[in-house]
Design a protein around this ligand. Structure first.
Ligand code: HEM
Length: 505
């Protein structure tokens, strides 16, 4: 038999469930172990669903070079269908004209390099608020840095995309909890996605009611954002002050022949998509970055020195100076290599029959790309488990989708369109968090005591919130930036008991 007539290798399977049991306990780790035995291109049967698992840079290269479009759709999954307005978000909608138009619109009005640059004042003011908050509470003891970072990434996104800040602690917490629960559901097992013929079994599970409960909260928030815009008067899409919600609503109100005109559900799905994708990933990145830095004091020190050298006597590293920080960029890449916020990217589905490295891949095969495993492939990375930003110093390797050994933002047509937005936020924030404070573990604990467990779900965040002590914030010659308290953050004193408390997600 020629290779094109055979399927990729598969491990032995069990009757009925196929290979589902092999995904436990943590899918990206379990799939990585399986790929070491069966190879980087594997075919699993997850329940009734044939699923292709790709775990090497060469398999990704073949996928992109031979037939990118064939691998560019998304499966019709239960949670996005019920939670995100019939999968109308860019992330979960199938490949086709709607996906193309919605994605193009968000890139043009929110995510392009030019637009991202124009949001610099917003990033600056939100960062100042965050630093000021840390500074004000640093004397009271340990702070829950996870909560503080979450408020920061949420407020930037809300300001520039939704035209508002989250001013109430209860609303911020509700959004945080709902998005956390939603991402957990996205990654959790449900009968329908693996056994379509057993969909009726749903009636015995609590999943539908859980989804409905989260939907009610998120839809309430998005509807209030839309309502605020309608009451205040929707700005024209050509108005310089128009935010993404104005633009979507104006396209709906005044459809132009041949132009994209979203329905109200599509407007809401796109807003929710930007909100969820834009806040969680950057916040998760910053949590892992600070965790790795606290465990690696020499790297923290080197980064601090670089921040000091570019900021001279100023108390803040200006955003335009971040580009001079080559070590910062190496640290950012190393964090993304070891802790890709979406370790299995977002599931894909083949549009048509295709081939991959000579194997036959039928249409409607689910495709999972293990970016977590690719970032640890010992064929490519020395000491892959070690946190060593130096590997990226004087190294052109980048995450922009051309280097298939390093794909934390994905690849091909479905690559993350929010990359410029995310990079601007995380580099600026990390440079200043390190520059402005000396960080320590709370209660005399040592850095080795820091729990690095990962929570399960589509997104790989810390299982436990990051609680640290921020010290000696200001050199005696300078003073902290004075910013009004435009947002309310959680009571930092609560953080003192966090090491023993349950995870926030
Ligand atoms: C550190 C930050 C981020 C990381 C690591 C990240 C990672 C990813 C990954 C892995 C994918 C799937 C790519 C694929 O299937 O090949 C994705 C898709 C996406 N991301 Fe991001 N992301 C980040 C930030 C953002 C931000 C800030 C936004 C928007 C404000 C955003 C919006 C999206 C959207 C809309 C998609 C769906 C793209 C599509 O299906 O066409 N992301 N992201």
């Amino acid at each position: 038999k020629s290779k094109s007539q055979i399927h990729p290798p598969s491990p032995a399977s069990l009757p009925f469930i196929g290979h589902l049991h092999l995904l436990l306990p943590i899918p990206y780790r379990a799939l990585h172990s399986l790929s070491l035995i069966h190879g980087p291109i594997m075919l699993l049967k997850l329940g009734q669903i044939p699923t292709l698992i790709l775990s090497s840079s060469s398999s990704i290269r073949s996928m992109i070079k031979s037939n990118d479009i064939a691998f560019s759709s998304r499966p019709n999954l239960k949670v996005p269908r019920q939670l995100v307005y019939d999968s109308k978000s860019i992330s979960f909608t199938p490949y086709g004209p709607y996906w193309r138009q919605a994605r193009k619109l968000c890139v043009l009005h929110l995510l392009s390099t030019k637009r991202v640059l124009s949001f610099r004042p917003n990033r600056h003011s939100e960062l100042s608020i965050m630093l000021s908050h840390i500074s004000n509470h640093s004397l009271s003891g340990p702070i829950n840095l996870s909560e503080i970072i979450y408020s920061f990434t949420t407020n930037i996104l809300c300001k520039v995309a939704l035209g508002r800040s989250i001013t109430e602690e209860s609303q911020r917490r509700m959004l945080h909890d709902s998005i956390c629960q939603a991402t957990k559901l996205f990654g959790s097992f449900n009968v329908e996605d693996y056994f379509p013929s057993l969909k009726w079994l749903n009636m015995f599970s609590s999943l539908d009611s859980k989804i409905a409960e989260i939907f009610k909260k998120l839809d309430g928030f998005i509807s209030s954002v839309v309502e605020d815009h309608l009451v205040a008067g929707v700005r024209d899409k050509d108005d310089d002050n128009a935010d993404l919600v104005d633009i979507l609503l104006s396209l709906q109100r005044d459809p132009l022949p041949g132009e994209f005109s979203p329905t109200m559900d599509e407007v809401k799905a796109i807003i929710l998509n930007m909100f969820a994708a834009g806040t969680t990933t950057s916040y998760i990145f910053l949590e892992w970055a600070m965790s790795e830095l606290i465990r690696n004091p020499k790297i923290m020190k080197k980064l601090k020195e670089e921040a000091k050298s570019v900021s001279e006597k100023s108390s803040m590293v200006a955003e335009e100076d971040v580009n001079k920080m080559s070590y910062l960029k190496a640290v950012v890449k190393e964090v993304l290599r070891l802790h890709p916020p979406a370790p299995l990217l977002v599931p894909r589905e083949t549009i048509e029959d295709t081939e991959l490295q000579g194997y036959k891949i039928p249409a409607k095969t689910r495709v999972i790309i293990n970016a977590w495993a690719i970032g640890r492939d010992p064929k490519f990375w020395d000491a892959p488990e070690e946190f060593m930003p130096e590997r990226f110093v004087n190294n052109e390797l980048d995450f922009r989708g051309q280097d298939f050994e390093f794909i934390p933002f994905g690849v091909g047509r479905r690559i993350c369109p929010g990359m410029p937005f995310a990079v601007a936020t995380i580099e600026f924030a990390l440079a200043n968090l390190v520059h402005q404070f000396d960080w320590e573990m709370p209660n005399g604990l040592s850095a080795e005591d820091l729990n690095m467990d990962e929570a399960q779900g589509l997104i790989m965040h810390r299982k436990h919130p990051l609680v640290l002590v921020a010290k000696k914030p200001w050199p005696s010659t300078t003073s902290p930036p004075k910013m009004p308290h435009a947002i309310t953050l959680g009571n930092p004193l609560r953080a003192t008991s966090f090491l023993a408390s349950p995870p926030i997600c």
